[in-house]
Design a protein around this ligand. Structure first.
Ligand code: SIN
Ligand code: MN
Length: 263
């Protein structure tokens, strides 16, 4: 799948793209069917919320599920990333952020490069975050909120927050957020299941709690150029994979085709 010139220009300008319903209900069904088994596992790749046992984020899913092993090589994710970045890309991180009904906690205002640089020594803010909404994201259930154009300011000041949630995160202070939001405005990444979000490493984003009865489950794949790989191994492997093999896309029907046929 190729992005149009207009979509690429919009990505460069806004810092993100929202592509509605790129994956079909059947494909989303296949992805969601894996989650009860994966979330039930007690292992370090599953981070639970600070105040409940609900899964906050489940990592390294391509190592834990054949279906997610295919999703990380899906052409509807990999080809747009290669188009934007050029060159060979490796799989940096693979996760599902669950944001469970009634208990899904906040993701503070942040941009991903603060963590990629601060923890992993990634040299440049080139990585792309490719999301697939696995539930409908509405204004109510804690959608990701982007600050439009915030990537253009480059890496904002950030501090490591180990207190607010169960997941340590390099976050941006309120004053910086206020300035960026006044300039670019906020956009909630809403859409039906199967919607794809693409955003860059310095785009400031966050999400509020989910106090609704509806979960807001999102798959996230981070791809980074092999030429921009990590230089430090501070964090566990599931937070930044060490295998720098270039990702090669599969066939477009790889999620619905038989697992053996898809390789
Ligand atoms: C979220 O799941 O709301 C945050 C995701 C992200 O920071 O990429
Ligand atoms: Mn993020």
């Amino acid at each position: 799948m190729k992005l149009t010139d207009r979509q690429i220009a919009q990505f460069r300008d806004d810092g993100f793209l929202i592509l509605p319903s790129l994956f079909s209900p059947d494909e989303v069904g296949v992805l969601k069917a894996e989650l009860p088994r994966l979330f039930a596992e007690r292992r370090p790749e599953n981070f639970r919320e600070k105040r409940s046992d609900a899964v906050r984020t489940a990592m390294a899913l391509h190592r834990r599920s054949d279906v997610y092993a295919r999703l990380v090589r899906h052409p509807r994710l990999v080809e747009p990333a290669r188009q934007i970045l050029g060159g060979d890309l490796y799989i940096q991180q693979v996760k599902v952020n669950a944001k469970a009904a009634f208990s899904g906690d906040v993701w503070q205002w942040h941009y991903d490069f603060a963590t990629h640089h601060g923890e992993d020594g990634v040299p440049e803010p080139l990585a792309l975050n490719l999301h697939v909404l696995l539930d409908e994201a509405t204004e109510f259930n804690g959608p990701i909120v982007f600050i439009r154009g915030s990537h253009k300011r480059g890496a904002a000041p950030a501090v490591l927050d180990t207190e607010t949630t169960s997941y340590p995160l390099w976050v941006v202070d309120n004053e910086t957020v206020a300035g960026l939001a006044a300039e670019g405005g906020l956009v909630a990444a809403k859409g039906p299941p199967g919607t794809v979000l693409i955003f860059g490493d310095t785009l400031v984003h966050g999400s509020s709690i989910n106090m609704t009865p509806w979960p807001r489950t999102i798959f996230s794949l981070i791809l980074n150029p092999v030429s921009n790989a990590l230089t430090r191994r501070n964090r566990p492997e599931h937070q930044h994979h060490r295998d720098l093999s270039p990702v090669v896309p599969l066939a477009d029907d790889c999620l619905l085709a038989d697992a053996d046929a898809a390789g």
